[in-house]
Design a protein around this ligand. Structure first.
Ligand SMILES: Nc1ncnc2c1ncn2[C@@H]1O[C@H](COP(=O)(O)OP(=O)(O)O)[C@@H](O)[C@H]1O
Ligand SMILES: O=C(O)C1=C[C@@H](OP(=O)(O)O)[C@@H](O)[C@H](O)C1
Ligand SMILES: [Mg+2]
Length: 184
């Protein structure tokens, strides 16, 4: 992690990356970016439209470009899309440029939170529970590989989740400074 690093939020759809990310950025008085919103602003269309014209592959290319460009910034909070960790380039960018927080919660909670959602094409299926279970099995090792810190965002109030992430980030910064001063 770089001293003036960014904070990245990763995890499955619906765990609260966007929601928690906004609150974290507010607490730090840092700019907030949501890679999905940036893609929508750049293309002028929503995520389902990108999936329908370009497929998931096209969306992943756009996502990679956005994460690459935003990772050149310092002192930002970024909520990534749930599948951002699939691309090795994205995993390298977030690990290299920031403190990575893996948000997780139960599939039941995610289903409850996303039951009226129309903006997540991967959940538009007859069996969203099965889809989420499959995605979690594929992605959990990737989330774990990238994460500096993992926290359940399904049980604690968001305020507590934000406070805990800030404490962990501060502790990581202090460790980094201690190690740097020992190796001078
Ligand atoms: N801690 C929470 N408690 C209750 N609802 C939440 C919480 N965090 C997020 N949500 C709701 O769940 C949905 C998904 O949250 P979002 O932040 O968009 O997740 P993600 O970005 O990880 O997909 C939104 O409707 C949001 O309002
Ligand atoms: O898990 C995924 O592959 C996706 C998650 C979505 O973002 P959220 O995790 O913010 O819902 C969005 O990037 C897109 O629909 C694909
Ligand atoms: Mg989001």
């Amino acid at each position: 992690m770089k001293p003036a690093a960014n904070i990245y939020l990763i995890g499955l759809m619906g765990v609260g990356k966007t929601t928690i990310g906004k609150q974290l950025a507010k607490a730090l008085q840092w700019p907030f970016y949501d890679s999905d919103r940036v893609i929508e602003e750049c293309t002028g269309v929503d995520i389902p439209t990108i999936f329908s014209y370009e497929g998931e592959e096209g969306f992943r290319m756009r996502e990679q470009t956005v994460i690459h460009h935003l990772s050149a910034l310092q002192g930002i909070v970024m909520a990534t899309g749930g599948g951002a960790v699939l691309m090795p380039e994205n995993r390298a960018a977030i690990k290299e440029n920031g403190f990575v927080v893996y948000l997780h919660c139960s599939i039941d909670k995610i289903l409850h939170r996303t039951k009226h959602d129309t903006q997540r094409p991967l959940l538009r299926t007859d069996n969203p529970r099965q889809r989420l279970q499959t995605l979690l099995a594929q992605r959990d090792p990737l989330y774990t590989e990238c994460a500096d810190f993992k926290i359940d965002s399904g049980v604690l109030p968001t305020k507590t989740v934000v406070k805990t992430i800030l404490q962990q980030y501060q502790a990581a910064l202090e460790d980094h400074e201690r190690i740097a001063s020992c190796t001078k």
